[in-house]
Design a protein around this ligand. Structure first.
Ligand SMILES: C[S@@+](CC[C@H](N)C(=O)[O-])C[C@H]1O[C@@H](n2cnc3c(N)ncnc32)[C@H](O)[C@@H]1O
Length: 451
C-alpha cells in the first residue's frame, strides 16, 4: 500500500503536484461506499481518523458532495469520455467522480483539480490509468457547471433530476405529496447536511445541560452547537443524538390518550426512539419492552437504555412478525418500520443512488405484516404509532389504510403546535418546512370492543 504522505510536495511552481492525505482518504472512502456498500458516515470515520481536522473536514466535504451528486457526475463523465461508464475500471470512475465534484461544485481551479486527481490515480491505482483520467477530466473541465447543465439538457431526458442531484423516481415520490412550488426547496434541503440534534433521556439530564439552541417543538432537545461527543451528558449516556422528527414521533405516542399498561417498541434498533420512550413511559409509571430482529442492533438498544437506573426497560431480540408476547398486551405500541429512508437523505448522502424502486416491493409486505402484528399486540383501547422515515405513499398511508381492526386518530391534532404538518389524518414532517427528516406518523387506536 503506498504511503500517501511519501509523495507530498509543496505544490509550488515546477515541482510535482501530488495528492494529499485528504484526497487519498476521500478516494478510499468512496471505494468502500461504491464497491463494498459501506455507509458513508462509517466509512468516513474509519478513513479519516488519522487526518488533521482540516484534512478530515475536506475529505468529508469531498465524499459527501460526490455521493450526493453521483448520478450527475456519472452522466457528465460518460458524456465527456464519449463512452459508457461500464467500459472504465470502477476505481477509475470513482477517481473521476471526485475530480468532477472538485471542478464543478467546489470550484477548485481546473489545473489543480486535474493534476491532483491524476497524481492520486498514480498513487492509489497505477501509472497506467493516469492517461485516461487526465484525458476525461480535462474534457470535464472544458465546461463549467452551467455549461454542463446546458449540454445535459440536450442529451438526457432525466437531466433536471440529475442536476437536482436526485434520481427521477425519488423526485416523483415527493412530487406525489408536495405542491409543485415546494419541490425545489425540498430537494435543496436534501442536499444540505443537517445540524445534529441532541435529546435528553427524560429525568436523567436537563435540556439546559446540552448547550445549544432549544428545538422548535420537541421539549427534549437542542441543536448541537459543537461535537455531540464533547457534551458530558451525551458521553455519559444521559442524552443522545436524535433528529427532532424522531423525538416528535415518540412524544406523540406518549401524549395521545391511552389506557394504563406496558409499552412496546416493536422495531427498536438502534434504540434512538426507545431511549426517549423509556423515559416517557417511566414518567407515566409504565415500562417499555424494546424488541428488535437483529441481535447486534438489539445490543445497541440495550446500550442506549443503559443509563436508566431503576425499573430497567427490557430489550429482546425477536422477529416482530412472530410475537414473543401474548396478544392484547400493550397500551402503547411503536412500529418504527423498516423503510426506504427516503425522508432521511440529508444524513445519508449515498442512499439516494443505492435505493431502487424495487426495494419497496420487498419492504411493503413486511410493513403490512409488522403492522398486523403491532395491532395484535395492542390492548383494546390502546394506540399504535406507525412511523417511517420515508414519506413514500406505498410505505405510509397505503400500509395504514390496508390495516384491519383500527381507527385512525388525527395525529397532527396530537401535536397541534407544529404548523403545516397535517397530511390528512397523518403527521408528515418535511426537511424544508420543519428542519427535520421527512418523518411520517399515523396514530391508530384499537377499538375497545376488539377481542
Ligand atoms: C427504522 S429502524 C428503527 C429505528 C429505531 N426505532 C430508532 O429510533 O432507533 C427499523 C428496525 O427494524 C428492524 N427490523 C426489520 N425487520 C424486523 C422484524 N421482522 N422484526 C423486528 N424488527 C425488525 C431493523 O433491523 C431496524 O433496526
Amino acid at each position: 500500500m503506498p504511503n500517501p504522505d511519501r509523495s507530498r510536495r509543496s505544490g509550488s511552481r515546477g515541482r510535482r503536484t501530488t495528492s494529499d492525505p485528504a484526497r487519498v482518504a476521500a478516494y478510499r472512502t468512496l471505494r468502500a461506499i461504491t464497491a463494498d456498500d459501506a455507509y458513508a458516515n462509517l466509512a468516513l470515520a474509519e478513513h479519516t481518523t488519522e487526518l488533521s481536522a482540516r484534512d478530515a473536514a475536506f475529505a468529508t466535504q469531498l465524499v459527501s458532495g460526490t455521493c450526493r451528486g453521483l448520478g450527475l457526475y456519472d452522466a457528465i463523465i460518460a458524456s465527456a469520455g464519449g463512452r459508457p461508464l461500464r467500459s472504465l475500471q470502477p476505481a477509475v470512475v470513482d477517481l473521476l467522480r471526485l475530480g468532477a465534484h472538485q471542478l464543478l461544485e467546489l470550484r477548485v481551479p481546473s489545473h489543480a483539480a486535474v493534476a491532483a486527481t491524476v497524481e492520486l490515480a498514480r498513487q492509489v491505482l497505477s501509472p497506467r490509468v493516469t492517461g485516461v483520467v487526465n484525458a476525461i477530466l480535462r474534457k470535464v473541465a472544458a465546461l463549467d457547471a452551467d455549461g454542463w447543465a446546458t449540454r445535459l439538457r440536450k442529451e438526457r431526458t432525466d437531466a433536471e433530476a440529475l442536476l437536482a442531484r436526485h434520481p427521477q423516481w425519488i423526485i416523483e415520490a415527493y412530487a406525489d405529496l408536495l405542491p409543485a412550488a415546494e419541490l425545489p426547496a425540498m430537494l435543496a434541503a436534501n442536499n444540505e447536511p443537517p445540524v445534529p440534534h441532541l435529546v435528553v433521556r427524560p429525568r436523567l439530564a436537563e435540556v439546559a445541560e446540552l448547550g445549544g439552541r432549544p428545538l422548535r417543538w420537541s421539549p427534549f432537545g437542542v441543536e448541537a452547537s459543537g461535537n455531540p461527543g464533547d457534551v458530558p451528558a451525551v458521553a455519559q449516556g444521559r442524552a443522545g443524538v436524535q433528529d427532532e422528527g424522531s423525538q416528535l414521533v415518540a412524544w406523540a405516542l406518549a401524549r395521545v390518550a391511552a389506557p394504563q399498561g406496558p409499552w412496546l417498541d416493536l422495531c427498536a434498533g438502534p434504540g434512538g426512539k426507545a431511549a426517549l420512550l423509556a423515559g416517557l413511559a417511566r414518567d407515566q409509571g409504565e415500562r417499555l419492552l424494546a424488541s428488535e430482529l437483529q441481535p447486534h442492533r438489539a445490543a445497541l438498544v440495550a446500550k442506549a437504555l443503559v443509563s436508566y437506573p431503576d425499573s430497567k426497560p427490557m430489550v429482546i431480540a425477536a422477529d416482530g412478525t412472530r410475537p414473543a408476547w401474548p396478544a392484547n398486551s400493550f397500551s402503547r405500541v411503536l412500529l418504527d418500520a423498516p423503510c426506504t429512508g427516503l425522508g432521511a437523505l440529508r444524513r445519508r448522502p449515498e442512499a439516494r443512488w443505492r435505493r431502487k424502486p424495487a426495494d419497496l416491493d420487498a419492504l411493503v409486505p413486511l410493513q403490512h405484516e409488522l403492522l398486523a402484528s403491532a395491532i395484535a399486540a395492542t390492548a383494546p383501547g390502546g394506540v399504535i404509532a406507525y412511523a417511517t422515515c420515508s414519506p413514500h405513499r406505498r410505505e405510509t398511508s397505503e400500509v395504514v389504510e390496508a390495516a384491519e381492526g383500527i381507527e385512525i386518530i388525527d395525529a397532527s391534532a396530537v401535536l397541534p403546535e407544529i404548523p403545516d404538518a397535517a397530511r390528512g389524518l397523518y403527521l408528515q414532517l418535511w426537511p424544508h418546512r420543519h428542519g427535520t427528516d421527512a418523518m411520517f406518523l399515523a396514530l391508530l387506536r384499537k377499538p375497545a370492543a376488539t377481542q
